[in-house]
Design a protein around this ligand. Structure first.
Ligand SMILES: [Zn+2]
Length: 327
């Protein structure tokens, strides 16, 4: 693990390396950016760089005892905190441990680094307890809060942090990294890149969970099943249902786009060109446009706790009405 393993975040990495090289490491950082673009990896690489006795130009040597311990997650001065428990929150007990440790001298490093992943998951009690420490950070402590959005955190916390921004990577870069770094075959890497939203982490998760098969099952159920959709059977989890609706939207968007511009290279579902072309023959652009809007609206209901079976029933009715090939 090191800064050079993080792709497409040159600006953020540049800021972090410069602050180490120039000896200007702040006490409180907030890493902001989409999930899966390398924020946690950057935080750990930064912890390495800060504590490495043999680092150069703001980057760690990756070979010394300190670097190896951080790599292995066994360095006593680097603590990584993640949400836990049924509520998936960062609790007051976790933050109390951080505060206690932060007030102690480093055991063997220059600084003690505390990385709070998904910092927005701190509950109110934990946030308030942490706030005082962020206001007056102990001398050798460095806090790195990680979140996908600053809006999810208390403004009083955000205002005390030095913000480092991370961005979604271009689709082509995600595909290239999957091929070069993870040995994913070209065609599969291109597809995963399309669905990655600029996140290498998301693309790798989709690969691990056979997301391409799931996506194609959903497309097949829309196209062929005598009963119409059901895009998902049983009672899917909320995140799963949202993801499935995303796949459906990607397909409908492809049918629409291909109908208008006839350019295969623009399709998300490059592995389903025949199905996209055939579906486009059976439906008007207006009907598709209306259907896409309906599915996007249904997706927003998922977050509003609308009964998921009801969402699926409405979806089935709408798709049947607009896409004649599913009747
Ligand atoms: Zn080192």
């Amino acid at each position: 693990m090191s800064f050079k393993d993080i792709q497409g975040q040159d600006k953020a990495i540049g800021i972090l390396k410069r602050s180490v090289a120039e000896g200007r490491v702040f006490s409180n950082y907030l890493f902001i950016g989409p999930d899966g673009v390398g924020k946690s990896l950057a935080a750990l690489s930064f912890a390495q760089a800060v504590n490495c006795p043999a680092g150069r130009d703001g980057a760690a040597c990756e070979e010394c005892v300190s670097c190896r311990k951080i790599d292995a997650g066994s360095h006593p001065d680097v603590l990584f905190v993640r949400p836990k428990g049924a509520s998936s929150s960062v609790t007051i007990d976790q933050i109390r441990k951080v505060i206690t440790e932060a007030n102690m001298k480093p055991y063997e490093g220059r600084k003690k680094l505390f990385i709070i992943d998904d910092a927005h998951a701190m509950n109110a009690e934990a946030s308030n307890a942490f706030l005082k420490t962020l206001e007056e950070p102990p001398g050798e402590a460095v806090f790195i809060l990680i979140s996908r959005s600053r809006e999810l955190l208390l403004p009083t916390i955000v205002s005390r942090c030095h913000i480092v921004r991370f961005f979604a990577a271009p689709r082509e870069l995600v595909t290239e990294v999957l091929i070069r770094q993870y040995g994913v075959p070209d065609d599969e890497a291109a597809l995963l890149g399309n669905f990655s939203c600029g996140s290498i982490g998301k693309a790798m998760r989709m690969k691990k969970e056979n997301g391409i098969d799931t996506k194609n099952r959903i497309i097949d159920s829309v196209l062929g099943a005598p009963g119409g959709v059901p895009a998902v059977s049983g009672a899917p989890k909320r995140e799963e249902l949202k993801e499935h609706l995303e796949y459906l939207i990607s397909f409908l968007r492809d049918v629409f786009l291909y109908k208008i511009v006839r350019d295969e290279t623009l399709l998300f579902n490059g592995d389903r060109v025949d199905a996209i072309r055939a579906a486009g023959e059976e439906v008007t652009a207006e009907a598709l446009d209306a259907l896409i809007k309906r599915v996007i609206m249904l997706r927003s209901y998922v977050d509003r706790n609308v009964n998921q079976r009801l969402i699926l029933d409405v979806l089935q009715r709408d798709v049947r009405r607009e896409l004649p090939c599913t009747k």
